[in-house]
Design a protein around this ligand. Structure first.
Ligand code: ADP
Ligand code: F6P
Length: 473
């Protein structure tokens, strides 16, 4: 019988991925992305079980302990990986929920597998959750899990958090199995979003699509109340500040500056290589400023870290070609021998190395066309101690609601992006420090522990409101 927990997190990803090295050895590696960055410190503090996919295909490894967390891997076959993860999750739902900035692809067989895999995650949660336990389901890959789990275990408190944007009604309505997805989410006691507007979209959608009644943020479903709300996610601010202050990280930051030729301005981008992140438009803005003579190679250098992501999905393959072509074009036109204009790094890094890059960078460019939150923006701010530095931030990132002292821009307007970058480069250090301090103060009180606590308290309250449910057997 599986070990049972009173706190269970269900996410597509585990905090670690099992990878096979070129010499055939199997190793665990930190998983990519904001969800793991945010949830790892929460689980380390609370303890409990983390259910998720281990990154490979075939049989799942046995459950094991990692830093006080019980890790419970869920298996995916090669076909499920293709249909549930690459297909339905990342070629249908991901683009649709990000304002359809790439065209969503709809396939019936992907939906069927999504259903099947969601059922497997729900069954795993039903097995490991203690009587009356709190189960926190995460993100767009698992939207059917709350209803499936409620069916199996009505005694549980079920929360759901969506890490990515929730689309307006007219976009959501494109999805062929839209009512099923909505009913899936409504299996929760509390559905959390990054933004207030997203929570409002959800509540209105429940009435529009299923004719459900709502009052404020509370929807009536089958005699139960389902609450919706905004819970903007954050980072482990203290840990990031500690990392940035570490003498080894500081020394590495100096080394990075020297390796880049000690330019006046280092402009940094750090993203998964994803078409929502606006990497191309940021490169184009930099190229045009070089062409206009407003920035000069040698004085200014751009470093773009693009973490490999979802590499078998076509949209991502096309993006990689476009980004690499643009980098080649800029370096071909403006670079000199030994002095490239753009350093492009298609690699993953340790937290220490990323922190050193943040410490070294004068300007951080975060220009997504649409992003649920964007933790990179928050990490940069937390790393800047008293040194100033400028954050150029898209208005379409969730982080823009909180980081108001950044240099905000509309990523759809190339001149607006160029203007924000130039303003960031040209602003007086005293003003940059002032802006940074205000944003840092905000992040110290609005960190990931506060996010989790606020959500879990709201979940307790939401679950208290419903009828006492029968105990599981
Ligand atoms: P998303 O969840 O869409 O990937 P976020 O900006 O919210 O975007 O989160 C990205 C997370 O991944 C951050 O914590 C960031 O530090 C981390 N990260 C990004 N690029 C790299 C990289 N090349 N190596 C290691 N970690 C990375
Ligand atoms: O934060 C959004 C998100 O899709 C997470 O759900 C995910 O863990 C992360 O980005 C990285 O994506 P993936 O798990 O597909 O590599």
């Amino acid at each position: 019988m599986a070990e049972r927990s009173s706190f269970v997190v269900v996410a597509n990803r585990l905090p670690v991925d099992e990878v096979t090295t070129p010499d055939g050895e199997r190793q665990w590696r930190t998983s990519p992305g904001g969800l793991v960055t945010a949830l790892h410190p929460v689980l380390t503090e609370h303890g409990g079980t983390w259910i998720g996919w281990a990154g490979g295909t075939g049989e799942a490894p046995d459950p094991f302990e990692l830093e006080g967390i019980r890790i419970h891997p869920v298996p995916l076959s090669a076909e499920e990986l293709e249909r549930y993860y690459e297909g339905q999750s990342n070629a249908t739902i991901w683009p649709l929920y990000h304002d359809a900035v790439e065209t969503p692809v709809y396939k019936r067989r992907w939906r069927e597998t999504y259903r099947l895999v969601n059922q497997r995650f729900a069954e795993a949660a039903a097995k490991v959750a203690d009587d009356g336990a709190t189960v926190w389901v995460q993100d767009y890959q698992l939207q059917l899990v709350p209803a499936m789990l409620r069916e199996l275990r009505p005694d549980l408190k079920i929360g759901f958090f969506l890490h990515i944007p929730f689309p307006p009604i007219e976009l959501f309505m494109q999805m062929p199995f839209r009512a099923e997805v909505l009913r899936g989410l409504l299996g929760s006691d509390l559905v959390g979003f990054q933004q207030r507007l997203a929570a409002q979209n959800f509540v209105r959608l429940a009435r529009h699509l299923l004719g459900l009644r709502y009052e404020g943020q509370s929807i009536q479903v089958d005699g139960r109340k389902v609450k919706a709300g905004a819970f903007p996610i954050s980072i482990d601010t203290k840990e990031m500040e500690r990392l940035a202050a570490d003498p080894k990280v500081q020394a590495r930051a100096k080394e990075i500056r020297a390796e880049l030729g000690d330019p006046k301005t280092i402009i940094l981008g750090v993203d998964r290589l994803d078409y929502t992140k606006g990497i191309e438009l940021r490169l184009k803005a930099f190229r045009e400023l070089l062409a206009d003579g407003k920035l000069k190679v040698g004085d200014a250098v751009m470093v773009q870290v693009a973490t490999p992501s979802r590499e078998r999905v076509e949209h991502y393959q096309t993006l990689r070609v476009k980004v690499e072509r643009e980098v080649g074009r800029i370096n071909g036109e403006f670079g000199r021998v030994g002095v490239p204009a753009v350093h492009y790094l298609h690699q993953s890094y340790s937290k220490q190395e990323l922190a050193a890059m943040y410490v070294a960078a004068d300007v951080m460019m975060v220009t997504p066309l649409r992003d649920g939150m964007n933790l990179v923006a928050k990490e940069y701010v937390a790393c800047r101690a008293d040194t100033g530095g400028a954050l150029v931030l898209s208005e379409f990132a969730g982080a823009a609601t909180e980081l108001r002292q950044s240099f905000l821009c509309n990523p759809h307007d190339p001149d607006g992006v160029k203007d924000a970058l130039l303003r960031a480069v040209g602003t007086e250090p005293a003003e940059l420090k002032r802006r940074m301090r205000v944003m840092q103060r905000h992040l110290r009180t609005h960190d990931v522990a506060q996010w989790a606590q606020t959500f879990l308290e709201a979940l307790e309250v939401a679950a208290e409101g419903r009828e006492p449910a029968p105990q599981s057997t």
